[in-house]
Design a binder for this molecule. Sequence first.
Ligand code: AMP
Ligand code: ZN
Length: 469
Amino acid sequence: MRRFFNTLTRQQEEFHPLEDGKVRMYICGPTVWNFAHIGNFRTFVFGDILRRYLKYKGYELTHVMNLTDIDDRIINEAAAKSISIDEFTAPYTQYFLEDFDALGNQRPEVMPRATHHIPEMIEIISTLLANDHAYESDGSIYYRIAAFPEYGKLSKINFSGNITGGSERIDTDKYEKEDARDFALWKLVGPDDEPGWDAPFGRGRPGWHIECSAMAMKYLGETFDIHAGGQDLQFPHHENEIAQSEGATGKQFAKYWIHSEFLKIDDVTMSKSKGNFFTFRDLREQGYSALAIRYLLLSVPTRKQLNFTFEGLQGAESTVERLRNFRQLVKEGGDLSGSEGVGADVGQIAKTAIGRFESAMDDDFNTAAALAAIHDMVREVNTALSKAGLSGEERDAVLDAISRFDSVLGIFGPEEAEMLDADIEDLIEERQCARRDRNFARSDEIRDLLAEKGIILEDTKDGVRWKRK
Ligand code: AMP
Ligand code: ZN
């Protein structure tokens, strides 16, 4: 039974999607103003694990992850370079996607950009103005928190006092607000200021929170299953998303909320502003593999903090290598003896590992326990392998378990692609030419290359025949 911690209720809950067999989920994506650091990627790798596990369990998925391509930092940096915000964000969007892919993450079904959804944001703000959940002050539009008594239900913050400050990202607008807690939905800009969009309530640009309400509801409907993001987004961002969306529709926005804990370094949160960060590229340049970085990021369950160390990363590097070697060994060790294999237990070992893996993932996505199940299987099968080869059936059972684990975690790396028949025949043809030219070095080289890929050549009087090992 799938259970996980819902921030909204502060409880572990059984997961029941709104629609049988289908899951609609939204994960707050990156702000594309710079290179994402590996702390950001811890949150996105968790999003990927969540996605893959739901698919593994057979759910049909609509997964949305936005790209925030407008905020004050972006506007300031683009202005400083005298380029448009599109020109400024394009390369960072590209870098983000390259790193995201290289880390083995599957692309969400929808990756909408904030600046492409301004009309949707304007529509929600208009509704909020019409039903008194928003008001105008000095040309900007603010959310009226007093109109939403449930405000605070996600973060459980007591709002009886004055709550400005206390968070790096809390809205500290300089304009007149009815209440210090109110936040900007739309910020007035001058007639010639860029970026700016015309709206019935005046030319302006959106506040930060409204984009996620607009994009989530556009692609997932007014109520959907899961909303996730990093711990720091719980307040004010997610609290404000709820206020905006539920204030506009009168319906529950998201049923389950999941928040990832931070990646730390020397026990301090990794962040751009503190300067204590590594990007994915920094680590790749130092020679660490994408697979090891992914392994490290997912090795600790998402609701626990993870402290980054280079020893930990080196450890992850040797672990992923061991896993890869194990898969190779199982492939090669299968059916070698032609016997019945090492005995009854290997199939059972694989089955037990799958059971433990699923129970761990069902228990609030406990990736650490899921990895322990995999490592125990590796150890036990290695012991069995040291005694004899595996039977074909045993080999298939272990390979099947590996491919199940990997469809969720993505830590074994891509399988070596089998050579296509056409490529094999091209190489054989080239080898024949080399032999005719008495270039035996090349001809031997080709034979060895094919042998490495498991292709055996047989010279017959009718020409060369080949078969796969
Ligand atoms: P940003 O690009 O700043 O909007 O952040 C993208 C995502 O990364 C958000 O979900 C943040 O909560 C998350 N995040 C930021 N810093 C960290 C960190 N040190 N560890 C884990 N997640 C983080
Ligand atoms: Zn968001």
